[in-house]
Ligand binder design. Structure first.
Ligand SMILES: NC(=O)c1ccc[n+]([C@@H]2O[C@H](COP(=O)([O-])OP(=O)(O)OC[C@H]3O[C@@H](n4cnc5c(N)ncnc54)[C@H](O)[C@@H]3O)[C@@H](O)[C@H]2O)c1
Ligand SMILES: O=C(O)[C@H]1O[C@H](OP(=O)(O)OP(=O)(O)OC[C@H]2O[C@@H](n3ccc(=O)[nH]c3=O)[C@H](O)[C@@H]2O)[C@H](O)[C@@H](O)[C@@H]1O
Length: 387
C-alpha cells in the first residue's frame, strides 16, 4: 500500500501547518487554495474582500471543509489581522492592486496597496516570528539593459543584456512622470524592507517574482463579471475581444515581449516553497517559463487561432488593430520590453521547472473562457440598450 506520509525534498515527513493567506480570493489565491485543499493536509485561513473565485472551495459538504475558513476583511483597516497571522505558522501575502491600467491612473491607490498596506503584514510576521511568503513581481526588473542599446547592436542578442537574474540584474524604471512604474517601485521597496527584516531581525521570508502567470479565473470579463469600462490584464482583454468577436487591440503595435507560464505549473513552485522552508527561506525566486516567449502581437495571433478551434467560430478577417498606449492606458504609461526569467535559483533550491507549452496552456484556458462566458456574452449583446 502506498504510504500517505508526504515527504519534503530532503526526504523528511511534511507536518500539517496552518497558512494565513491574504488575497486568497484572487486569481493566484484561488488556484493555491484549490491545490492545498486537494493535495495536502494543511489548513488555510483565507482572507480577502471577495470570495467569488473560491466559493466552490467553501461549500460545507467538501472533504476539506474543516481545513478552510474564509475571513472577509480589508487589510487596510482590520484589527483581526494580527490575530490571524499569530494563529498561523506561515503567512502568504497576495493582496495587491496589480492591473497595469491602474498604475498610471490610480497611482496613489497602487502605491498604498503594494507598499503601505503590506507594511503591517511584514511587521506582524517579524514581531511574532512567523514565516512570510510575499508576492512581488517580475516588474521590479523594469526594462532590460539591452533596451538602451542601439536597435541594430549585436549585443541585444547576448543574454547578458536581457536575462533577468534575482541576485544580479538591476531594477530599471522610467522617470517619475511615467507613473506606470508606481507599482514596480512600491513592490521593490517592500522587497527591500522584507530583506532588511530578514537581515536585521531574523524574519524568515521568501519573495516570489511571478512572470506573467496566466490561466482560468484571471481577472474579469468587462461587463460580465467586472465593470464594463474596466481594463484587465492582457489574457482577459484578448479573451473579451474574442468572445465579442471584436479585433484584439495591440498597444503600440504589440512589439513588447513576455514569457507566459501556466498557473497550474507555477502553483507547484509555490507549494514547494511552502513545504521546504529550509530551502526556500531567505531567497527571492523568479517563477516563469523562459521557453514560452512571444511578442504581444504573436500572442494575439495564437489566441485568435486557438479560439477559433475551441469555439468553432471562424476568426475575423482582420483579427487585430493597433492602438496607441496613450489612447488605451492614458498618459504616464510605459512598458517592460522583454522578460526572460533566469531559472538557476529556483532550479537549485527547489528543483522546479515549468512543463506546459504556450499553445497547450492557451488551449485549456480559452476552452474554459468559452465555456464560462460565451452564453453570458451572447445574452449581453442581444439585450437592447435602455433608452
Ligand atoms: N498573476 C500574475 O501573473 C502576477 C504577476 C506578478 C505579480 N503578481 C502578484 O501576485 C499577487 C496576486 O496576484 P493575482 O494575479 O492573484 O491578483 P488578483 O487581483 O486576482 O488577487 C489579489 C487579491 O487580493 C485582494 N486584495 C487586494 N487588496 C486587499 C486588501 N486591502 N485586503 C484584502 N484583500 C485584498 C483582492 O480582492 C484580490 O482577490 C499580487 O501581489 C500581484 O502583484 C501576480
Ligand atoms: O503578470 C506579470 O508578471 C506582471 O505583469 C503585468 O504587467 P504586463 O505584463 O505589462 O500586463 P498585461 O496587462 O498582461 O500586458 C501585457 C502586454 O500586453 C499589452 N496589451 C494589453 C492589453 C491589450 O488589450 N492589448 C495589449 O497590447 C500591454 O501593453 C503589455 O505590453 C502586471 O503588472 C502584473 O499583473 C504583474 O506584476
Amino acid at each position: 500500500m502506498a504510504s500517505s506520509v508526504r515527504l519534503d525534498l530532503d526526504g523528511n515527513p511534511i507536518k500539517p501547518i496552518t497558512i494565513c493567506m491574504i488575497g486568497a480570493g484572487g486569481f493566484i489565491g484561488s488556484h493555491l487554495c484549490e491545490k492545498i485543499m486537494a493535495e495536502t493536509p494543511h489548513k488555510v485561513l483565507a482572507l480577502d474582500v471577495y470570495n467569488d473565485k473560491i466559493k466552490h472551495l467553501l461549500e460545507p459538504d467538501t472533504p476539506w471543509a474543516a481545513r478552510i475558513q474564509f475571513h472577509r476583511l480589508n487589510i487596510k483597516q482590520d484589527s483581526r489581522l494580527e490575530g490571524l497571522i499569530k494563529m498561523a505558522d506561515l503567512t502568504i501575502n497576495l493582496a495587491a492592486i496589480c492591473t497595469p491600467a491602474d498604475y498610471n491612473t490610480r497611482p496613489l491607490d497602487t502605491i498604498y496597496s503594494n507598499f503601505i498596506d503590506a507594511l503591517p503584514v511584514v511587521k506582524y510576521c517579524s514581531e511574532n516570528q512567523k514565516r512570510l511568503i510575499h508576492f512581488s513581481t517580475c516588474e521590479v526588473y523594469g526594462k532590460t539593459i539591452g533596451s538602451f542599446l542601439p536597435k541594430d547592436s549585436p549585443l541585444r542578442q547576448d543574454p547578458a543584456y536581457y536575462v533577468l537574474k534575482e541576485d544580479a540584474s538591476p531594477c530599471i524604471f522610467g522617470s517619475i512622470e511615467k507613473q506606470r512604474w508606481s507599482y514596480a517601485c512600491a513592490k521593490q521597496l517592500i522587497e527591500r524592507l522584507i530583506y532588511a527584516e530578514g537581515a536585521e531581525n531574523g524574519l524568515e521570508f521568501s519573495i516570489v517574482r511571478p512572470f506573467n502567470w496566466i490561466g482560468p479565473r484571471m481577472d474579469f470579463i468587462p461587463g460580465i463579471d467586472g465593470p464594463s469600462e474596466g481594463v484587465p490584464r492582457v489574457l482577459a482583454c484578448f479573451s473579451n475581444n474574442l468572445l465579442r468577436q471584436e479585433p484584439l487591440k495591440l498597444v503600440d503595435g504589440g512589439q513588447s515581449q513576455r514569457t507566459f507560464v501556466y498557473i497550474k505549473d507555477a502553483i507547484e513552485a509555490v507549494l514547494l516553497m511552502i513545504e521546504n522552508p529550509a530551502r526556500a527561506n531567505g531567497h527571492i525566486f523568479n517563477v516563469g517559463n523562459p521557453n514560452n516567449e512571444v511578442t504581444v502581437k504573436q500572442l494575439a495571433e495564437m489566441m485568435t487561432q486557438i479560439y477559433a478551434k475551441v469555439s468553432g467560430e471562424p476568426a475575423l478577417e482582420k483579427p487585430t488593430i493597433d492602438v496607441s498606449s496613450k489612447e488605451f492606458y492614458g498618459v504616464g504609461y510605459d512598458d517592460s520590453d522583454k522578460r526572460i526569467p533566469d531559472m538557476t535559483i529556483i532550479n537549485q533550491q527547489l528543483g522546479w521547472n515549468p512543463k506546459t507549452s504556450l499553445w497547450d496552456l492557451l488551449e485549456s484556458t480559452l476552452t474554459y473562457q468559452h465555456r464560462t462566458y460565451a452564453e453570458a456574452i451572447k445574452k449581453a449583446i442581444a439585450k437592447p440598450v435602455a433608452s
